[in-house]
Design a protein around this ligand. Sequence first.
Ligand code: SAM
Length: 240
Amino acid sequence: MTTATREKIQGAYSTGADEYDQVRLEDARGRMLSEHDQRIFASLFPRSQGDMNVVEIGAGTGRFTVLALERGFSLTATDINQEMLDLLTSKAASMNAADRCQVQIQDAFNLTLEKSHYDYVFSLHVIPRFLTVEDQQAAIKSIASLVKPGGRFLFNYRNRKSFYNLLYKGPAATPGQIRQALEASGMHIETRRGKWLVNKRLLLRLPVFVGRVVIAIDAMLLRFWPDRSWDVFVVAVKDR
Ligand SMILES: C[S@@+](CC[C@H](N)C(=O)[O-])C[C@H]1O[C@@H](n2cnc3c(N)ncnc32)[C@H](O)[C@@H]1O
């Protein structure tokens, strides 16, 4: 990834953690979208920790971190931006879970965490933010290096083979490109869930009650034909 690209993305998230939460957690449509994502996360994330080492990359203000904490997990939550992590820390504290949530600055492309150490690694709405498919593949490989044999990696990507991609101007990877990056990291896909229709650009144009109907339909479609859906959530396993 070029330095310019990295700085651009970092800059986009370096201020406004409060605003980030307003858009996703306080605005009615943003909350609908977020809750949909959180339900997918909840259906894929393990129910209990056992003795797993868990780390999150690009945790932001912690909308998925808090779900892991609610399930009783202890984890390390990382991000490239301190302001995001400060807000995440205050959320963990308000749940009396600060002692279960270690917070660290980490760059997904230059991780200083222990390689092949983690049983569960998750990173949501981070990989699709990188500006080329090559960067997205590089991020997958870098994050996958943390996973120990038999461990899992949960992430999402935007699918170039989806119908919605006809309207999408940003960088999107094909399922084949994602599989390639995982295979190069000694990983294979275990589970996929596809978000078909739900995204901010669409929901912003719809009245909230219509948005709710769209979300309900989307929830029914999650398990079907992920190779054609717009936002694909993947759980990959590291080969032993
Ligand atoms: C769209 S937000 C997602 C945050 C959180 N996972 C969520 O879904 O609410 C993207 C996050 O990735 C972080 N980020 C951007 N570039 C990064 C990098 N190179 N390494 C780690 N995190 C990065 C941003 O600071 C931001 O918090």
